[in-house]
Design a protein around this ligand. Structure first.
Ligand code: AHM
Ligand code: MG
Length: 339
């Protein structure tokens, strides 16, 4: 049996030895991790649990909700509502914020999540995940109900972030601003055990992840960046690159954290401002993890964690991974110097 420390032990030691982890934040992370265990169980049941397929309704993003999107959203809300550690929650699946009901005590943290990321993979047996980001309610929110505006903080203010990956193993990746740690779910005993960390992205891996079918909407800079890599040893870089695209950001980012490379979902050049991924509960938590693992994250010009969100469900161009690759793909090189 594995002797790797459990998540609980890791968190208690952080709290005790590093004195960096408030008790409420520890409770929050344990609660999210527990909910992810339950979500992972539902995902793995698939057709046997009657959890596959769509609900025939759309979420605030105008996307058809899968049954598991809604199940996972409910599981995260139910698990986190009553512990006293949160002021409010926000999710990809809900139009506005979810305040903690008055019958429960309230805390100072704000939790944002994408309950099931990579939803298009659910029904075809590929990996999906849950992404989460933790902020603190701003001081001016003390003594009143938090508002949606209180959530609109730059990613650099995140106090914790992570994701669960429901793949060949069920994994949890976590940062609280002092490195990135990986935990694997030990199903027999029901515990998360630390299996890697602090994680550093391997540098120099020649592998990129991009949806090539969007080529017509890339900027000339992104087009050139990809062309140079696709032309391989015969091209200006004189070396071959590999491509991977799973359609689950969690799975692609996880591969990059462990094996290196770069993930690109650029904003649309032809419809300025249009992008696919969401800033507050997809790009920001992943950028926090990437930077903590020695990588970088930009929106194509600016460091992601420096962006001031204008809306809860704002979309953003995303470039994440190996610092040198993100720098090459990013137009404003100056942005990289700050990250
Ligand atoms: P979702 O949260 O609605 O599942 O959407 C996010 C997903 C990411 O996981 C993935 O990187 C991207 O959308 C896939 O986009 P595409 O359909 O263009 O391949
Ligand atoms: Mg989703």
């Amino acid at each position: 049996m594995s002797r790797a420390p459990t998540l609980t032990r890791f968190l208690i030691e952080q709290q005790r030895e590093q004195n960096t982890l408030p008790a409420e934040l520890r409770l929050l992370i344990e609660t999210v991790a527990r909910a992810c265990k339950t979500i992972g169980h539902a995902v793995s049941k698939g057709a046997l649990g009657e959890v596959l397929g769509s609900l025939g309704q759309e979420n605030v993003q105008g996307e058809v909700q899968k049954k598991l999107d809604v199940i996972a959203n409910e599981l995260l809300l139910d698990a986190n509502e009553w512990g006293g550690h949160l002021a409010a929650m926000a999710s990809e699946e809900m139009e506005t914020i979810h305040l903690i009901p008055n019958r429960y005590p309230k805390g100072e943290y704000l939790l944002l999540f994408d309950p099931i990321d990579g939803s298009s993979n659910i029904d075809v047996g590929l990996s999906v995940g849950t992404i989460f980001s933790v902020l603190k309610a701003p001081p001016e929110a003390a003594g009143r109900e938090v508002t949606e505006a209180d959530f609109l903080q730059a990613g650099a203010t995140q106090v914790a972030a992570g994701y669960a990956l429901y793949g060949p193993q069920t994994l949890l990746m976590l940062t609280m601003g002092a490195g990135v740690y990986e935990f694997t779910l030990d199903r027999e005993v029901g515990a998360w055990r630390m299996t890697d960390g602090p994680i550093q992205i391997p540098q120099g891996t020649r592998e990129f992840a991009i949806n090539m079918s969007n080529r017509r909407q890339w900027t000339p800079h992104v087009e050139r960046y990809i062309d140079e890599r696709v032309s391989g040893a015969q091209g200006p870089l004189g070396t071959d690159y590999n491509m991977r695209w799973t359609g689950s950001m969690v799975a692609d980012i996880h591969r990059i954290l462990k094996r290196g490379g770069v993930f690109l979902y650029p904003a649309d050049a032809r419809k300025p401002g249009k992008a696919r991924l969401r800033l507050m509960y997809e790009a920001n938590p992943m950028a926090f993890l990437m930077e903590q693992a020695g990588g970088a994250g930009t929106d194509g010009t600016t460091r992601l964690l420096d962006l001031s969100p204008q809306a809860l469900h704002q979309r953003v161009g995303v470039m994440l991974g190996d610092r040198a690759e993100v720098a090459a793909a990013t137009q404003a090189q100056a942005a990289m110097a700050q990250s």
